[in-house]
Design a protein around this ligand. Structure first.
Ligand code: SF4
Length: 377
């Protein structure tokens, strides 16, 4: 079948294990990396046999994909090239840790087909980086941006806010001044079963809300406009791959614990509009276990598209939702849209509905009545 056009590839190895992280990650050792590469090649071949065609976007995430060495990364990219005849025609992103590359390495990535790096800077303050368990310094992070830009790669930076002891204004100003064309800002969250959770680290909610507002105003003043709750970009540098997630377009998944969203098979239940796939964690994945498949019906997909679309500046196109799901969100959620519009958290523009600035701040509360209506239906 024709490929959904986007591919997420998970590389689970990290130079450090950060105490706030709940992603599927691990330290590397040579035997494990060798087994990973062999399995990725086999998985890519099998997936490409099922979904043929060309890729528009490719995203190598983790974990820390840049923790693979050049030869290992070339094998991963080679597996994608063999499967789909090339990398992402629009965009190929590599997540990179600042301590893992220099100018020469950034240039090799560019020559190998990477177009964009997403750098896990998190902060420019060494005390904050130590607290977060990162193994790079603030100066190294800013040098990493220079190396990537000098190689001609587009750069996205990750910044974490609401960290105890952090001068957020200084971090955001440094990110804005670095030359990066895209900045993703995440509030520190304490996920269950992480070392931070066990140590009882707390995030001050009020401080988190203040940092969220500061990020929007400070980055916008530097031509980095918020186009999604956590993402800011200079015009033309918005992430094509992330838009695939937010618009509910399909994407394939490779690697341990990677998640995808595929078109339905003929033998899926009637009314299935798409299938969420989830690969097994590394041990079972290496043993060849098949991905878990969860068919999604039209009503559920419509709610998901509202949920992700309202996080974006462009909002939700009701005609598109209807075409994808068979559900007109303005009909199905008429009372909820009317109430939120009256409260000033949503605004309608013809076939489109967007969250207002206040709505974005209160998004979880805005969406609650929509979930309740879905559960009651
Ligand atoms: S580098 Fe990223 S994926 Fe790895 S442990 Fe740290 S936060 Fe998690």
């Amino acid at each position: 079948m024709e490929t959904p056009g986007s591919l997420y590839l998970h590389v689970p190895f990290c130079p450090q294990v950060c105490p706030y992280c709940d992603f599927h990650k691990m330290r590397r050792h040579e035997g494990l990396v060798a087994a990973y590469l062999t399995r990725i090649e086999a998985e890519a071949e099998a997936l490409a046999a099922r979904w043929s065609g060309r890729l528009r976007t490719l995203y190598l995430g983790g974990g820390t994909p840049s923790h693979l060495d050049d030869a290992e990364l070339s094998r991963v990219l080679g597996a994608v090239r063999r499967g789909w005849g090339g990398l992402g025609a629009l965009e190929t992103t590599l997540e990179a840790d600042p301590g893992t590359f220099d100018a020469a390495r950034a240039a090799r990535w560019r020559d190998d087909g990477v177009t964009r790096v997403s750098i896990g800077m998190q902060s420019t303050q060494d005390a904050v980086l130590r607290f977060l368990g990162r193994s790079h310094s603030g100066a190294e992070a800013l040098r990493a941006v220079e190396h990537a830009l000098a190689a001609g790669l587009a750069v996205s930076l990750d910044v974490i806010t609401a960290v105890p002891g952090q001068d957020v204004r200084a971090d955001l100003a440094a990110a804005a001044a670095s030359g990066a064309q895209h900045v993703s800002v995440y509030t520190l969250t304490i996920e269950p079963f992480t070392p931070f959770a066990r140590r009882g680290v707390r995030v001050d909610e009020e401080r988190a809300a203040d940092d969220f507002e500061l990020a929007e105003s400070l980055l916008a003043a530097n031509a980095l406009e918020r186009y999604e709750v956590s993402n800011h970009a200079r015009p033309g540098f918005e992430s094509h791959h992330n838009r695939v997630y937010w618009r509910g377009d399909g994407w394939l998944a490779l690697g341990p614990s990677a998640a995808g969203f595929e078109p339905p098979d003929p033998d899926d239940p009637p009314g299935t509009r798409g299938v969420r796939t989830r690969n097994a964690p590394i041990k079972a994945w290496l043993a060849g276990e098949a991905p878990e498949r969860t068919p999604v019906d039209g009503a559920t997909l419509a709610l998901e598209l509202l949920m992700t679309g309202l996080r974006t500046r462009e909002g939700v196109d009701a005609r598109l939702v209807h075409a994808r799901t068979g559900i007109d969100p303005f009909e199905r959620y008429a009372p909820q849209v009317a109430a939120a519009t009256a409260q000033g958290t949503l605004r309608r523009h013809g076939d489109r509905v967007v969250a207002t600035r206040r709505g974005v701040m209160l998004l979880n509360a805005v969406l609650r009545p929509f979930f309740a209506a879905h559960d009651d239906a």
